[in-house]
Design a protein around this ligand. Structure first.
Ligand code: HAM
Length: 426
């Protein structure tokens, strides 16, 4: 019996890796430009961390966590998201003592026991950022500007920024009660999940995909009408700064988030091209979270992007394969040994070169060069080698020239540096 991988957990294969690396490199580049530093935290944490931060009554904690006991009987969980572990580390390592403002980013696998489908997996990857210690709305706008900058730079434009405010500890309770009262009158129209949620987590009812629940909540009260003066002012300023930065957005008062720690600004980058898994990135403020987890009373805001969804959105024509600059085709043992040494020399100089290891016909070797999309093929034939010559074929122009073995490495490096840089995914 062949052992297969786990449902919803995917291999990322060599054919796709250029896109993944491109998306990661752009994140490193752009986030660092905005003053963020990478942080790496474990993939496993104490279960309690997620229960306390994400919320006991959320789908993630109720149904989706990979939780297990270790050999000492501790309850551990594979991280379903990155914010809680980063906050745990921030508090434990007292990062706030080093700098009152921390701007952190992370990337890596997350785990949720969801029903797998296109764009939704059980092991998936997030690239996320968290800015801690600033409550000024400038940072909200800056984070959103950075998110838009990222999407522009990776060439994904089929997205829309939706923003909302979820209020704070002062104003949300009254709104929550108003929503509970509203839902109470319509219980019969709601799905069984929402009937339960209408008491435990009423805001989630607004997010239910069941058409009957959507119909029943068309006239539901809106959080935006219940914001206290402080939250209202904060949200207005965020919108003003976004306008000042020339960032388009849509206010979506029905947007609630699936995690309980949010307050004030929340947002999602949504797309029409991924079916029901339409959020490519999502996040918001979580001003009470650090204190709730036993840390100092510092505010925070951040987002995470789903990398698999980003990859799905990069259309096939954008995924330019990395072209190989040079392929060495050798005829006969002696030529093959010479090609092997040449390949090593050029690789040491930083050039990507491939050759055929075993002896194959020239036709087979040219086929392989074609598979690599080789820009040039250097043919080392016995007859030419006897004359201290090799043949360089320009695969794009369809032309070829003879080059002398003397000074060959320098000549090749010169020539390949003159030709256009190879396109990378993007
Ligand atoms: P989230 O909305 O749960 O937020 O996830 C963020 C993004 O991760 C989603 O928009 C989606 O692109 C991706 N994602 C989530 N679940 C899956 C899945 N099962 N398969 C594939 N992709 C998925 C958070 O996780 C928050 N920690 C974001 C945040 C950071 N808020 C503040 N700071």
């Amino acid at each position: 019996m062949n052992i297969t991988g786990i449902k919803g957990m995917n291999d990322i294969l060599p054919g796709e890796i250029a896109t993944w690396q491109f998306l990661e490199q752009e994140a490193h580049r752009i986030f660092q430009t905005y003053g963020f530093t990478e942080i790496r935290v474990p993939v496993v944490e104490k279960t309690e961390l997620f229960c306390r931060s994400i919320g006991e009554t959320t789908d993630i904690v109720e149904k989706e966590m990979y939780t297990f006991s270790d050999k000492s009987g501790n309850s551990l969980t594979l991280r379903p998201e990155g914010t809680a572990p980063v906050m745990r580390s921030f508090i434990q390592q007292k990062l706030h003592a080093q700098d009152p403002v921390s701007k952190l980013y992370y990337m890596g696998p997350m785990f949720r026991y969801e029903r797998p489908q296109k764009g939704r997996y059980r092991q998936f990857h997030q690239i996320g950022v968290e800015a801690l210690g600033v409550d000024d709305p400038k940072i909200d706008a800056q984070i959103l500007a950075m998110l838009c900058d990222y999407f522009n730079s990776v060439g994904i434009d089929d997205v829309e920024l939706h923003i909302n405010s979820l209020g704070c500890k002062e104003c949300r309770p009254a709104y929550r009660q108003a929503l509970i009262d509203y839902l109470q009158d319509r219980l019969g129209e709601l799905c069984s999940d929402c009937q339960r949620r209408s008491q435990t987590n009423p805001l989630r009812v607004l997010d239910c995909k069941v058409p009957a629940c959507q119909d029943a909540t068309v006239t539901a009260p809106s959080m935006l009408e219940h914001l206290c003066g402080d939250c209202d002012d904060h949200f207005k300023q965020v919108k003003d700064y976004l306008q000042g930065l020339g960032i388009d957005y849509t206010v979506n008062a029905r947007m609630v988030r699936g995690l309980d720690y949010y307050s004030k600004t929340t947002f999602e980058m949504v797309t029409g091209s991924l079916g029901s898994q339409n959020a490519v990135a999502a996040g918001g403020r979580y001003d009470g979270l650090i204190a709730d987890l036993g840390g100092p009373a510092l505010p925070g805001i951040g987002f995470a992007m789903g990398v698999e969804r980003l990859v799905l959105m990069k259309s096939a024509d954008q995924l330019a394969e990395q072209r190989l600059p040079l392929f060495l085709a050798a005829m006969g043992q002696q030529a093959s040994d010479r090609a092997f040494l040449l390949m090593a020399t050029l690789q040491r100089q930083g050039l990507r070169v491939e050759m055929e290891y075993s002896s194959k016909s020239l036709k087979a070797q040219m086929r392989r060069a074609g598979k690599f999309g080789a820009r040039f093929v250097l043919i080392l034939g016995e007859e030419e080698l006897a004359r201290q010559m090799v043949v360089l074929r320009d695969m794009d122009a369809g032309t070829q020239q003879e080059l002398s073995l003397v000074g060959l490495e320098e000549r090749l490096l010169e020539l390949l540096n003159e030709t256009e840089p190879e396109p990378v995914a993007g």
